[in-house]
Design a protein around this ligand. Structure first.
Ligand SMILES: [Fe+2]
Length: 199
């Protein structure tokens, strides 16, 4: 029997209301983008009325995440969105180096327009010691992977721990790519920061 200790979760949902939500995001993006190949919006989109359906959807989906974590939401409250922004890319040469989203619990991406000819999201193994010795693989699997590439599916929403390093690869043609990125953390920061063994 094999037991995988300390797994790194990635949640994926198909957005049922993708048609309506993505139309609003596309319109807002086309209205505000500088169309310069790679544009990133302001980071407080969760405060704007036009993004309210997406904000509400994200918060609904976090219930599953908190359930999976066995979180005691009675004590520290539920999650709140701390940042939300649009990434608009029309230059296939664009890539985004490996990064994390500090000072948050959870991060996520909603793929509004994600043609396969544009960049993918790649995740890098967050365990610092895992690459010290890697057997040369005959077949690739989750135990020998140092990087996992996710081919984005238009209309999908993903969430993952904010500590998980990730990057955007470059594409092969200049098709339009629109994503909404977001971060979440707990409502009650003071309660979260208390010792885990006290009351
Ligand atoms: Fe990111």
């Amino acid at each position: 029997m094999r037991t995988d200790l300390f797994p790194t979760p990635l949640w994926t949902w198909k957005v049922a209301a993708h048609g309506d939500i993505s139309n609003d995001v596309r319109s807002w993006t086309h209205e505000h983008t500088d169309d310069n190949g790679r544009w990133q919006s302001r980071t407080d989109l969760h405060t704007l009325g036009v993004f309210e359906p997406l904000r509400a959807l994200i918060l609904r989906k976090t219930r599953k995440v908190l359930k999976d974590f066995g979180a005691d939401t009675e004590r520290h409250g539920r999650l709140v969105i701390t940042g939300m922004w649009v990434n608009h890319t029309t230059d296939h040469r664009f890539s985004h180096e490996t990064h994390t989203h500090p000072n948050n619990f959870l991060s996520g991406i909603y793929y509004v327009a994600a043609p396969p000819t544009m960049g993918s999201t790649a995740f890098v193994d967050p365990r610092p010691g895992a690459s010290v010795c890697v057997p040369r693989p005959k077949d690739h699997n989750s135990l020998n992977a140092m990087k996992q590439v996710l081919q984005p599916v238009e209309g999908s929403l993903i969430m993952f721990p904010a500590y998980l390093p990730h990057m955007v690869t470059s594409g092969i043609t200049d098709d339009e790519r629109i994503t909404v990125s977001f971060n979440l953390t707990f409502q009650d920061g003071e309660m979260m920061a208390k010792t885990l063994w006290g009351e």
